[in-house]
Each structure stands twice: as C-alpha cells, then as structure tokens.
Design a binder for this molecule. Structure first.
Ligand code: GAL
Length: 352
C-alpha cells in the first residue's frame, strides 16, 4: 500500500514537472530592452530535443565583402563550431538568385537548421515559403522582414537590432559636441548623409533618426546632399570627395550609415585638408576596429557599436530553441540586441 502510494506520488510529481517545463520560454534573448520583445512558446506535445552533440547548420550571408558582416559571420562560425555543430557558410555575392540556390542546396543536403542574412529583404516571402515547405527551422539575421511576412511560419525568428536606436545615437554624438554640430554658428547644422543599401531597413532608419534627434533637440538642420553608398568604403570616399568639392566649408557634419563608408569619408576629408572635430564632424555605425582606432585618435567624432558577437550569440540561442521545438507566434518573431554609443571617453572599452 505504502509502495503504491509512493509510486502514485512520484507519478504526480513527474506530471507536475513536465507541465512546468512545457510552459517554459525556451529562448532567452541577449538581454535587449527593445520594445516588442519576442515571446516564444512551445507546442503542447512532441517537443523534439536539439540534436545531441551538434547537427549541421547552413549559414547564408548576403555578401562576404561587407566589412561588418565579415565580423558577424566569423563570430557565428566560431560560436557554432565551439558548440560542436558542423557549419557551412556561403557567400550570396549580393545576388538573390544565387542565394536562393544556396538555400535549396542546403535543404537538399538535409541541414538541421538555417541562418540566413537575406540579400534582398524584398525576397523574404520567397525565402520563408521555401524554408517552410521544407520544414527547416530558420533564423533570419541583419535584414528584417515585416512581421506579416514572418507570421506565415512559426519555426522562424529574426535576430537583429532596432536601427532607430543607432540613428538616434548618431544624432546624440553630434549634439554632445561643444557647438552641437553648428561649427560656423549660423544657427543650423548643415550635413551630408552617406546612405547604406536601402535593402536593409537600417539604412532608412539611421538616415531618418539621426536627423530627427537633432530636430527633437530644437536644432535647425540643412541637408546639403544625400547619396547612396551601399555600405562600401570606396563609395564613402567618392561621395564625400564630390560633396566636399561641391559644398566645401558649408559641410559641418558627415553622417555615414556605417563605419566602412565613414573610413572612406575620412580619407576624403583628410585629402581636402579638413580636420575632424575641429572644422567638421564625422560619425558612423558598427564599431569596426578601424573606426574604433579613428575615434580614439580623434579622427572620427564617434560611432555606435553594432554588436556582431551579441547578435551571433542571440542567433545561435534562438536556433537552438527552434531545434528544441520552440515555435514563435505571429507579431513576436523579432529579437533585438542593443546598440551602444562609442565616444572618445569610452572607446577604450571596445578596443581589443
Ligand atoms: C548593417 C551594418 C552595415 C552592413 C549592413 C548589411 O547593420 O551596419 O555595415 O553590414 O548591415 O546589411
């Protein structure tokens, strides 16, 4: 009798434990405080375990020549391999048709999960339909589709940053300068904007929110020029050389949507005999090593950390949650990692 009771008690306790586990959130994101945080839910039954001792993972990157995505993909590879996964990372060479083939090849090879940095956000519907048809758990990174596009597949999650935050921080970097960006004291901040590839919403948000921060602080602004540089250093250099030739001393601030373009911009600023933080300000985003050096040398006003390691860590966490059977509900499929403002005062904390 005693034995039967003990068995019954054990069974009840087991059931209670299982129920509690079923309600757990399987994936904690990388400590973001952004709005619309992801809630993950597990299905009530049949939750498969993540593959024991690894699995095979396909990683699709939009373009290997992109400086920031190089840091990001190296971090991803290191984290995944460190956890015992077999990893294959492929270069989409900025060609969506090529990336579609790469995704299909991974599916044919039977990978356990995919991590995809889409070439074109506008191709998200097609990418999502493909991975859904194959039932492959997928983490999208760096180029965020709309919530409605993601909602069609519950084994899909996006990991990235809220680019509005980085734009606002760029504006704040200018507002933190002694003359708030108005070097010539004419009552307005005259700037040029060097834009990234608008296929990534980061380009649009950084452009909008950097200037919004200035206006919200009550400053008058004047846009002298806005040119698309597609995230590339050489384009940054060309664009800023042309703008300096055209607008000369009128330019007080150079906003670049990323650091690689800012490094190119700096070359042209120096070639024109201008001096950052004295007669012109220059800001970027990403905190690439080269930009951290320039911030510390006083050749860039500041940058914003786009946390490649934090995002790679969060992407792998979410991938493992999916492999463990997590599903994501519609409207809650984005996980954000925070940006951090980098100034001459704290740049040392970010340098290796
Ligand atoms: C941005 C990053 C850029 C570029 C782009 C690619 O987040 O700041 O440097 O890598 O992603 O989509």
């Amino acid at each position: 009798m005693k034995k039967t009771f003990a068995l019954l008690l054990a069974a009840v306790m087991m059931l209670a434990m299982l129920t509690a586990c079923g309600g757990d959130k399987p994936a904690d994101n990388a400590g973001s405080s952004q709005p619309n945080q992801t809630e993950t839910t597990t299905p009530p039954a049949e939750v498969p375990d993540a593959p024991e001792g690894g699995g095979t993972i396909g990683v699709c990157i939009y373009q290997f020549t992109d400086a920031f995505m190089t840091t990001y993909r190296n971090a991803l590879q290191e984290i995944l391999e460190g956890k015992g996964y077999e990893v294959s990372v492929v270069d989409g060479a900025n060609d969506q048709a090529k990336q579609n083939e790469q995704i299909n090849t991974f599916i044919t090879q039977g990978v356990d999960a995919l991590i995809i940095n889409p070439v074109m956000t506008s191709a998200a519907d097609q990418i999502i339909a493909t991975v859904k048809a194959a039932g492959i758990p997928t983490v999208l990174i760096n180029r965020e589709p709309a919530p409605e596009q993601m909602a069609v597949y519950d084994k899909l999650v996006y990991v990235g940053c809220d680019a509005r935050q980085s734009g606002t921080m760029q504006g704040e970097l200018i507002l933190d300068t002694p003359n708030k960006g108005d070097i010539n004291g004419d009552g307005k901040i005259s700037y040029i904007m060097v834009q990234g590839d608008p296929e990534n919403v980061d380009a649009q948000y950084r452009t909008e929110f950097s200037v919004k921060a200035l206006k919200d602080a009550g400053m008058e602004v004047e846009e002298l020029n806005l040119t698309r540089g597609d995230w590339m250093r050489e384009r940054g250099q060309e664009i800023v050389a042309n703008d300096l030739a055209q607008f000369g001393d009128q330019i007080e601030v150079v906003f670049c949507n990323n650091d690689d373009m800012a490094i190119g911009a700096l070359q042209s600023i120096q070639a024109a005999g201008r001096k950052v933080n004295e007669d012109i300000y220059l800001v970027g985003v990403d905190a690439l090593d080269a930009a951290l050096n320039e911030v510390s040398n006083g050749n860039m006003t500041g940058t914003v950390l786009n946390d490649a390691v934090g995002q790679a860590t969060a992407a792998v966490e979410q991938m493992e949650a999916l492999l463990g059977g997590a599903t994501f509900s519609s409207g809650n499929q984005s996980v954000y990692v925070d940006y951090v403002k980098v100034t001459p005062d704290n740049v040392g904390d970010f340098m290796k």
